[in-house]
Design a binder for this molecule. Structure first.
Ligand code: HEM
Length: 375
């Protein structure tokens, strides 16, 4: 109960029914010693596998090592259930350069281009390695990240970190669609775990995508993270019809404008009573829809955040957008370009952080992240 298998064909935390909470961290590698990194990744694998079933990060645990040893687990998750914890790791383009292992880097792992309207903070962008920990209890997610960071002391250091709540996407048909901080259902038209054909086509890296030395990444995926500030104060002064026009869906039920039920297919040709398109030509869902993008789709798995204030009397709130796709440059990039150019939503949002990682496939029995990356 509440345990997500750690070893599988793909890493957990992608098609896993989205948990309630997330702690995401991007790290920089502070060594150029490949063996040191391999050892850390091996230790991470053991610790992650243990924590996923609700055990302490290492056998000595919190008190098992006796009074004169530093505890092998920090302790804040003692007595808490596994809470569907998943730990998903990924590698940024910079890692391969830093370690001189560029032959193992897939061709598609290149930094994202800049987009119109970006207001990126370097201190919230990039990173050599990422850890996405998701769980139904925030303390369990934070504990997992903290203990991996502790094991990496001297090898990696935290570059940026993000907490998220209230998953903004359903990734399974078994889940009701949650809402984002604009109050709209988010994840209605997402790729779902129950659709293996769409996953194969749009999410998992295919063997033919990664020839030669990059073949180890088949079955993996690309993770795009965008920290998107949402100007909730402006939005909250906007009337309902304008909000619905911006999104292209109805706020209550979540139906595409011109239709009546949440799961109805949007009809982009439909006209409203005034003869104008029922879904505005610059509505978010029209521009992001596969029909507008030569069939491109992605799997969204983001979370809401509020990080205090911006110091100017507003909440620093938004969407920590996380998407998985088979090739970010062929999927996320054209999609975000289309949105950056025309989306009505742009008046209310601002992208403040960005990162791209390749997520390796799941681990076979006995395999660990160190040998998987470095041989
Ligand atoms: C759909 C909100 C950013 C891609 C939606 C929907 C909402 C929404 C309410 C309709 C429900 C659904 O189908 O999930 C937001 C907000 C954003 C944001 C508030 C920023 C704060 C993005 C970004 C991308 C994106 C950055 C990708 C580059 C999509 C896609 C759909 C969608 C692909 C489904 C479109 C369809 O096929 O109908 N979004 N979104 N969204 N969004 Fe976003």
């Amino acid at each position: 109960e509440g345990v997500v298998p750690f070893r599988d064909e793909h890493q957990a935390g992608i098609t896993t029914a989205a948990q309630d909470r997330m702690h995401f961290v991007a790290l920089d590698v502070t060594t150029d010693d490949v063996d040191e990194l391999r050892e850390m990744l091996t230790a991470w694998t053991r610790a992650a596998e243990r924590m996923t079933v609700g055990a302490e990060a290492a056998p000595g645990g919190v008190v098992g090592g006796g009074p004169w040893k530093v505890p092998e687990d920090t302790g804040e998750a003692m007595d808490l259930p596994p809470s569907s914890l998943t730990i998903t790791i990924g590698y940024g383009p910079s890692l391969f350069e830093r370690l001189g292992i560029e032959d193992r880097r897939p061709e598609a792992l290149r930094e994202l281009p800049p987009f119109a309207g970006d207001d990126l903070d370097e201190a919230r962008s990039g990173g050599d390695i990422c850890i996405q920990a998701c769980a139904d209890d925030p303390q369990v997610a934070v504990h997992a990240v903290r203990n991996l960071v502790r094991l990496g002391f001297g090898t990696v250091s935290v570059r940026w970190s993000q907490l998220g709540f209230g998953r903004t996407s359903s990734t399974s048909t078994s889940q009701a669609t949650p809402r984002n901080l604009f109050g709209f259902k988010d994840g209605t038209a997402n790729i779902k775990a129950e659709d293996p054909q769409a996953l194969a086509e749009h999410v998992w890296i295919d063997p033919q995508d990664v020839p030669g030395e990059a073949a180890w990444l088949a079955g993996g995926s690309y993770l795009v993270a965008r920290r998107i500030r949402m100007h909730v104060e402006v939005w909250d002064r906007t009337h309902l019809q304008e909000q619905q026009t911006v999104i292209g869906r109805d706020k209550g039920v979540g139906a595409p404008l011109g239709r009546s039920a949440e799961m109805d297919e949007p009809d982009f040709a439909a006209k409203g009573a005034d003869g104008a398109p029922a879904i505005d030509v610059a509505a978010h869902v029209r521009l992001a829809h596969a029909d507008n993008l030569d069939g491109v789709r992605i799997l969204r798995r983001g979370y809401n955040f509020t990080d205090g204030t911006d110091g100017l009397g507003h909440l620093d709130a938004g969407l920590f957008f996380v998407a998985f796709c088979r090739d970010a440059h062929r999927q996320f990039v054209p999609m975000q370009r289309a949105l950056a150019r025309a989306d009505l939503l742009n008046e209310y949002i601002e992208h403040t952080g960005s990162a791209l990682f390749v997520v390796p496939p799941g681990l076979a029995p006995e395999e660990d992240w160190g040998t998987q990356l470095l041989g």
